[in-house]
Design a protein around this ligand. Structure first.
Ligand code: M6R
Length: 617
């Protein structure tokens, strides 16, 4: 979603800002812009479209200066066009601002300013912030100073209802940037003789490996050689921590891969190993998850588990539900994070809540976390981004350690989340009925998974051929049962988000209850049918599709050659325990989506309308 990069230092600001925006490009955006202070002027360049278009503008007409702010916009209020792109300015044109989030009361705030003669140029909710701050700054009078700017920012933010991550600069205070956050991430990146503001430290990883993640209602004044952090209300912030950013600029490089999505699909054996590292204990025949910070007694008292998340994270939670019910015999329910706080489910004091989020910044999941914590429930995060808002607000949980995921389509984060749910189920199960030998068997099965994923990846070229065969389909149906029903949902999501082919995912046996009506020769069905307890029932559903001339692609287990007799195309995965099969069966579906999207010429890593991290409701 929208991205912010701000720079103040000794170097030329525009190349650093453009480089930062490029590193945030994967998050999804539809316009981009920057502003620098160049001597006595603010230079602004902004446009609809890609960052390259902005870079071309800067090349044509340089924006010099050693201080600047920049932005990628994902439209919420007002179309994606040059005028609505950020930065926005106050009435004097001397204050520039970029904003992530939504100002809900912008209409009410705008009315008195319009009456006072302010001219608004855009249709955005953001522009009001620039006018409000500029107005307060001008009204305050006196000497130009960072304190005067800071107080104007504070005064404006106190009037705002909504969410924001902002970076502000003023021509009369050229030696400082002001940043603030509420509900939308912002961090201060620390360098030598230069400092940064960014919505994600990944943006400035080439220049700064230390970051301070601002908390809601923090305000930061950032200068070339220092910074101060306070709160919107006034005074200094209670505490802040300098975090070492645990990846390097190499981690976010494409290397020899044509797309991040393919790179990340191939990183899955590694991601699963990293999710397991140090967490399996042969001695306990179980899992050790120190981050959840619960005693065996407390774990024993858990009588119900609720999992919440969005999109792919929600799907991993659905597999988690099967895992926790079957391995730990605990009632478990999964709810879309966006519905969690509106559903108001009855939960008792021994309910344990898991919030799953790769980015740790998804606003719907964050809202669910806050609602759960407000009700006093123990709420644990399963996040990839260390020090993300969800991870911090949960205070405890399990980090995924999957490394940066850049492709908008979640891939390695899904298999990493499945691995973590297996560990959680093992931990909860071993405290209950799972025997020592059951535990050891699960450990052995888990340890074998990365190598089995490698075997699936070896079939990428063959899957590419299958993708080419079906790329012209008008739609696709994805079906699976039990542990692989959520994999069908995930397969359909992956295919539709990057190919734009209409797809549906269902439990196989639901076919005859309605959507069999869709089956026809140009509507292929993808069956996830490993050699498990559901195999015969899946075969039955495949027969029903074949009887209606529907093409079938099956994901089956090596050795089940009978599948090839009824399915048109079969992709085989190595045998494994039923409950681990999603870790293998999802991989061919990711590759099928990827190759189909490439065949169709889609923008795989940045599919239309989507953002990597959804920080608006
Ligand atoms: O960062 P999160 O895991 O919270 O993101 C949740 C969803 O927005 C995300 O999984 C989305 O559905 C992906 N585009 C799926 O590929």
């Amino acid at each position: 979603m929208c991205g912010i990069v701000g720079y103040i230092g000794k170097s030329s600001a525009s190349p650093i800002l453009l480089d930062g925006l490029r590193r945030l490009e994967y998050r999804g955006y539809d316009s981009a812009g920057l502003a620098t202070i160049d001597g006595g002027r603010i230079e602004t360049r902004k446009c609809k479209g890609r960052i390259q278009a902005l870079a071309d503008l800067v090349k044509e007409n340089a924006a010099a200066g050693h201080v600047g702010i920049s932005h990628t916009r994902w439209a919420t209020h007002g179309q994606p066009n040059d005028v609505n792109a950020h930065p926005h300015f106050d009435a004097s044109g001397r204050l520039a601002l970029v904003h992530n989030g939504v100002i809900e009361n912008y209409q009410a705030l705008r009315a008195p300013l319009v009456e006072a003669g302010h001219k608004f140029r855009s249709q955005t909710d953001t522009e009001i912030l620039a006018h409000l701050i500029g107005n307060l700054y001008d009204e305050a009078g006196g000497e130009h100073s960072k304190t005067r700017l800071l107080e104007a920012v504070r005064g404006a933010l106190k009037q705002v209802i909504g969410t924001y991550g902002i970076a502000v600069m003023h021509l009369d205070v050229p030696d400082a940037l002001v940043g603030a956050r509420r509900g939308s991430p912002l961090s201060v990146g620390l360098g030598k003789g230069e400092n940064f503001l960014s919505s994600d430290p990944q943006a400035v990883i080439a220049y700064s490996q230390e970051a301070i993640f601002l908390k809601d209602y923090d305000v930061a004044v950032v200068e070339r050689d220092g910074f101060q952090i306070g709160t919107v209300e006034g005074g200094v912030a209670g505490s802040y921590e300098v975090t070492k950013v645990d990846f390097t600029s190499d981690d976010v490089k494409l290397g020899d891969y044509p797309h991040y999505m393919l790179k990340e699909i191939f990183e899955q054996p590694h991601a699963v190993r990293d999710a397991l590292r140090g967490r399996l204990s042969v001695e306990d025949a179980g899992a050790r998850l120190g981050g959840i910070d619960m005693t065996p007694q407390e774990l024993r008292e858990v009588d119900r588990v609720i999992i919440t998340g969005c999109g792919t994270a929600y799907h991993s939670g659905l597999v988690g539900e099967y895992l926790i019910e079957s391995l730990a015999h605990l009632p478990c329910e999964v709810e879309f994070a966006s519905e969690f706080r509106y559903r108001n489910m009855p939960m008792d004091k021994d309910t344990l809540v898991f919030a799953v989020s790769q980015s740790g910044e998804t606003i719907d999941t964050l809202a669910a976390v806050r609602e759960s914590l407000r009700k006093g429930h123990r709420t644990l995060g399963i996040c990839n981004n260390v020090a993300s808002t969800i991870a911090r607000e949960c205070g405890a949980g399990v980090y995924m350690h999957a490394g940066p995921e850049i492709g908008v389509a979640a891939t390695k984060s899904f298999t990493s989340q499945l691995t973590i749910f297996t560990l959680i189920a093992l931990l909860l199960g071993r405290i209950r009925h799972l025997s020592n030998s059951d535990g050891l068997k699960i450990i052995k099965e888990l340890q074998a998974i990365p190598e089995k994923i490698e075997r699936v990846l070896e079939q990428s070229d063959r899957i590419k051929e299958i993708a080419a065969k079906y790329a012209g389909a008008k739609g696709m149906l994805f079906m699976g049962r039990q542990f692989n029903y959520p994999v069908a949902l995930e397969g359909a999501l992956k295919m539709k988000e990057i190919t734009y082919i209409q797809c549906e995912g269902h439990p196989s046996a639901e076919l005859k209850h309605g959507f069999i009506a869709l089956v026809e020769p140009d509507m292929p069905s993808v069956f996830i049918t490993p050699d498990d307890a559901m195999y015969d029932s899946n075969i039955n559903s495949i027969e029903q599709v074949k009887a209606r001339q529907g093409p079938v692609i099956a994901v089956g287990t090596e050795g089940r050659r009978d599948l090839a007799k009824i399915a048109d195309d079969v992709i085989y995965v190595p045998p494994c325990a039923d409950y681990l099969s999603p870790l293998l069966t999802v991989v061919p579906l990711q590759l099928l989506s990827y190759h189909t999207a490439v065949h169709l010429g889609r923008d795989v890593d940045k599919p239309r309308n989507l953002a990597k991290s959804v920080t608006v409701e």
